[in-house]
Design a protein. Structure first.
Length: 359
């Protein structure tokens, strides 16, 4: 079971967050060439701007003509600002999922099959909580698709925007794909769509039943196989952890809201053991440990501690986690969810224990 998350009209939405007065007007984030005030292209726009036919890649001059007489905002693109927001959102995701594969500044595949035990209802609940946390902490909406594989999840994420959640169970894949045009498949752009049209293929069902030999003739073997599988709703590509591991985390939903530290720790024990196993399997030691608590209103609270010496000893993990939650619960009321994050990770390939390391 795969999921994908996409932040809605990301650059323009960040500008709305930073300047709420923009929210009810067309907002266009632009790549200015510097020659004139109107030279360059639109990088992205909010949905208000799209009502006027403005879209990504459109020349700024054309967009201004379409918005003539409208109070619109043309804003210079700011990559560093958007990257900061992206990093914080991805950190939220990493604390909620088994595996995260970031595919862009505003998009990522993730897998939570293990922690939801493959249950779609549990996955839907987790997706809603992720959306709520991102909205609460970053004031951003996102759209999430849940499906049996990456291809279906990607199409599902695009199905309801903005702020959507679309779930496609295994038995629903065929019915979900049947009414869709072929260009809804990830990777089918205008050029590929035109090539398919020359062979009478305009819908996903037509593509699914097309002879692979014919697809190979016009698209090449590798892409033809991908399109055949994708149009039939099959895809065995796993969600892969992207980039270097900089932290490990687990967060769980408690059986009931509580401020009892022993109850929290008891329910967290399986997650702590899982984190310990992941540390050991990767030969990693951590130095920073954080306790994370989410209240009834989905607000996030944390308590952190930096150890004098890096470790991956389970007894230290359990002891320090209990101490951090005792301090956290003394300040915060009942918790709905609880989790642990380990950071400042170090690769200790040649070390096997804290004792050996300190020697």
């Amino acid at each position: 079971m795969s999921r994908i998350i996409g932040l809605d009209y990301f650059y323009a939405q960040v500008e709305e967050v930073e300047n709420p007065s923009l929210k009810d007007r067309p907002v266009l984030v632009c790549v200015f060439s510097g020659r004139t005030d109107e030279s360059g292209v639109i990088s992205t726009s909010n949905y208000k701007a799209r009502e006027y036919g403005v879209k990504s890649g459109m020349p700024i001059a054309l967009a201004k003509r379409r918005l003539e007489g409208v109070q619109a905002s043309f804003i210079k693109i700011d990559h560093s600002k958007y990257e900061t927001y992206s990093q914080r959102v991805m950190e939220i995701l990493r604390s909620e999922v088994d595996t995260l594969e970031q595919t862009g500044i505003d998009e990522a595949f993730f897998d939570i099959t293990k922690r939801t035990e493959g249950d779609y209802r549990a996955a839907s609940s987790t997706a809603l909580e992720i959306k709520a946390r991102i909205l609460d902490q970053e004031k951003l909406t996102c759209s999430i698709g849940i499906g049996p594989n990456k291809v279906v999840a990607k199409m599902a994420s695009d199905f309801k925007k903005p702020d959507g959640l679309t779930v496609v169970r295994d038995r629903e894949v065929s019915a979900f794909l049947s009414p869709l045009p072929a260009d809804r498949i990830y990777g089918v752009g205008p050029k590929t769509a035109k090539l398919l049209q020359t062979r009478g293929i305009t819908t996903i069902p037509e593509l699914a039943h097309a002879p692979t030999e014919m697809l190979e003739d016009i698209l090449g073997k590798k892409f033809a196989v991908y399109l055949h599988n994708a149009s039939n709703g099959t895809d065995d590509e796993p969600v892969l952890d992207s980039g270097e591991v900089t932290q490990l985390s687990r967060i769980i939903t408690l059986k009931h809201d509580t401020h009892d530290v022993d109850e929290v720790l008891t329910e967290l024990l399986p997650a702590l053991r899982d984190l310990h196993e992941r540390l050991v399997s990767r030969n990693l030691f951590f130095r920073n440990l954080s306790a994370m608590g989410i209240g009834k209103n989905l607000s996030l609270h944390t308590k952190s501690r930096t150890l004098e010496t890096p470790t991956n000893e389970y007894s230290v993990i359990e002891k320090e986690t209990k101490g951090l939650f005792a301090a956290l619960l003394a300040e915060v009321g009942d918790l709905r969810r609880a989790g642990v994050r380990m950071s400042a990770l170090q690769d200790m390939v040649d070390q096997h224990s804290l004792t050996e390391f300190t020697r």
